[in-house]
Ligand binder design. Structure first.
Ligand SMILES: C[S@@+](CC[C@H](N)C(=O)[O-])C[C@H]1O[C@@H](n2cnc3c(N)ncnc32)[C@H](O)[C@@H]1O
Length: 594
């Protein structure tokens, strides 16, 4: 899926090395403090056996998330392992590794991957398994927890050093150690990495009240104590130092961990923003939008997202598809307020995938489906999806155009457009073409001014509405990024507006919930372009949607996870008045465009 929340790929908001360094420091400092001497005595912690029932934090695979991006998306420039602070994943063979090639011991119960957290993270016995024949048997066995922690720490450190998405860092780490870990180890590492990310601000709060500096190692250790209920003795046993293990606990670390024993991650005195994992840079904006409902919405944004599908009308219909999905093992129901939406209720074997591969369905959040409907395209029109990315909305627009008319998928990111092309082909779309833009002010825009009935600007944004799908994105941004995004959005909106023909429509959308990226952006635009007027979304909703519009949706669309059970989305529909001349502000007429 396209990466809404990655403005760096646009070439517009690339940060310099200083900024990268600042980011790194913000995310965490990476080295243990010098003043902490290694712990010489064994701490006196007790092992508690409280069951870890604070669930909801397990890793979820991103399928169709707007902010997800694949390794092929890597921004231009230096490769990951040239970046400062990046550590190439190491795999040093230890004595215990030599005994790691053993026959499966059928007497040992195989622990399911998603066991309760406390038992899944038990301190494991590292003695050689009986029956091992080094070099002859191929069955790998799971790594002990201490070794897993080393990988978890390395992945978090690298993600922090390169400011790259966690899923990309996980994939790269696993690729680098080339199959040396079992699938179950991969799962456990993922769980732990995503756990730290999902509990990041709460863990930071704990470090702060204990007078600790922000360090990934400390976050990880605090997570073991507060989430997995590990005692200091347990943690000491896990951090044994040397190849493949975290360094031994310092005295100060042991003291802090000891003071955390028996404590809950979520403390009553914790501020609401921290409790709900809201990053400080977004908190005031979300409070301004949600007022008293801030806590409820922030909590929902910190939850997990459902898997939504859109039925491709070129290949079938929802009524026929639902029983077929169910027969294949995917329990799903119609999203009755959408024309083609389906919500997956239970699909443990990913039975929906063959349907996806045949182009019968697309993976698309319900909110994203609404945006496409609001563009209200007609067959035969000229339509442009100006920030098309990998084509999520282009596909939906093509279906509503019934393959008739001209549909342009434009973007500055050629690889994303290439993915869009594959998806369009698979879906049976043949009225779409690609346009790679140099920037939003590409001369092509001027050449085509006033030619389109519909212009969709699905702008790059902070992605606050999609945090459920990419919780790490909130810790990779700051106020400065937000300001850069707002400037980019304004520039894209004013430039793309030139494409709208008289009587045509400009639809501005984001998956952000912040007013600076949404209402304020639209209001600013309308002040500078009096030839455009806001069309209340209710006007389109009543014509295009199977159910009435909920009352809380105003003239501009705002969807949120707590109230609408969708990702957070914003959209405004702007109509260009019929006979008005194309008023292009002076700064739009870039000299190079002529
Ligand atoms: C939110 S994503 C689009 C998601 C896509 N519409 C979908 O539904 O899958 C925003 C897109 O804007 C593109 N973009 C960034 N800067 C741009 C610019 N200056 N002009 C046009 N597109 C830009 C990004 O490459 C990204 O694909």
């Amino acid at each position: 899926m396209a990466d809404r929340s990655d403005p760096k790929k646009s070439g517009k908001v690339l940060s310099g090395p200083e900024k990268q360094q600042a980011r790194k420091e913000r995310f965490t400092a990476s080295r243990a403090p010098k003043e902490d001497a290694p712990s010489s005595k064994r701490p006196v912690g007790r092992s508690t056996d409280r069951s870890a029932d604070r669930s909801g934090d397990r890793f979820e695979e991103r399928s169709g998330g707007r902010s997800g991006s694949s390794a092929s998306d890597r921004p231009h420039g230096r490769s990951r392992d040239q970046k400062p602070g990046y550590q190439k994943p190491s795999y040093q063979k230890t004595d215990s590794d030599k005994n790691r090639t053993v026959k499966p011991d059928r007497s040992v119960r195989q622990t399911p991957v998603l066991e309760t957290r406390a038992s899944a993270l038990k301190v494991e016995d590292e003695r050689p398994k009986s029956g091992a024949r080094p070099g002859r048997d191929f069955q790998r066995v799971d790594l002990p927890l201490g070794r897993l922690l080393f990988h978890v720490h390395q992945i978090l450190e690298n993600a922090s050093a390169t400011n790259s998405p966690i899923d990309r860092e996980l994939a790269s780490h696993f690729a680098n150690i080339k199959g040396r870990l079992t699938d179950r180890d991969h799962s456990r590492i993922r769980d732990m990495v995503w756990g730290v990310i999902r509990r990041y601000r709460r863990l930071l709060w704990w470090l702060e009240i204990k007078g600790q500096t922000k360090q990934l190692r400390k976050l990880l250790l605090a997570d073991l104590a507060l989430t997995y209920n590990k005692s200091v003795a347990d943690i000491t046993a896990l951090c044994r130092g040397g190849g493949g293990y975290l360094a031994r606990l310092t005295d100060s670390e042991a003291r802090v961990l000891s003071s955390m024993e028996g404590k809950n991650l979520a403390e009553e005195t914790m501020p609401e923003g921290a409790m709900n994992e809201c990053p400080p840079w977004a908190e005031s904006g979300l409070r301004a939008v949600f007022g008293e409902r801030f806590g409820e919405e922030a909590a929902a944004l910190n939850g997990s997202a459902p898997l939504d599908l859109r039925v491709n009308p070129f290949k079938g219909n929802r009524e026929d598809l639902l029983p077929r999905l169910e027969k294949a093992g995917c329990k799903a129901e119609a999203i009755d307020w959408l024309p083609h939406g389906i919500r997956v209720l239970n699909d443990p074997k990913k039975a929906h995938l063959p349907f996806y591969e045949r182009g019968e369905i697309e993976i698309q959040d319900a909110g994203s489906q609404v945006l496409s409907v609001l563009v209200a395209v007609e067959p035969g029109q000229r339509v442009i999806d100006f920030c098309a990315g990998a084509g999520g909305k282009t596909l939906a627009l093509a279906a509503d155009m019934d393959n008739r008319g001209q549909l342009v998928a434009a973007d500055v990111h050629s690889k994303r457009l290439a993915r869009a092309a594959q998806r369009l082909k698979r879906a049976g779309v043949f009225n779409a073409e690609r346009k790679i833009l140099e920037s939003e002010r590409d001369p092509w825009v001027k050449k085509n001014k006033g030619k389109f009935d519909r212009v969709l600007v699905d702008a790059p944004c902070s992605g606050t509405g999609a945090w459920r799908r990419s919780p790490d994105s909130k810790w990779r941004r700051d106020e400065e990024d937000l300001a850069e995004l707002v400037a980019l959005q304004e520039s894209i909106l004013t430039s793309a507006a030139r494409l709208v023909k008289p009587g045509g429509r400009l639809v501005y959308a984001t998956c952000s919930l912040l007013p600076d990226e949404n209402e304020e952006q639209v209001e600013k635009f309308l002040r500078s372009r009096p030839d455009f007027k806001l069309l209340p979304v209710a006007e389109i909703w009543k014509e295009r949607m199977p159910r009435e519009m909920p009352e809380h949706i105003g003239d501009m669309l705002r969807l949120s996870p707590a109230r609408d059970e969708t990702d957070g989305f914003f959209a405004a529909v702007l109509v260009r008045e019929d006979a008005a001349p194309i008023a292009v502000p002076a700064q739009e007429e870039d000299k190079s465009v002529n």
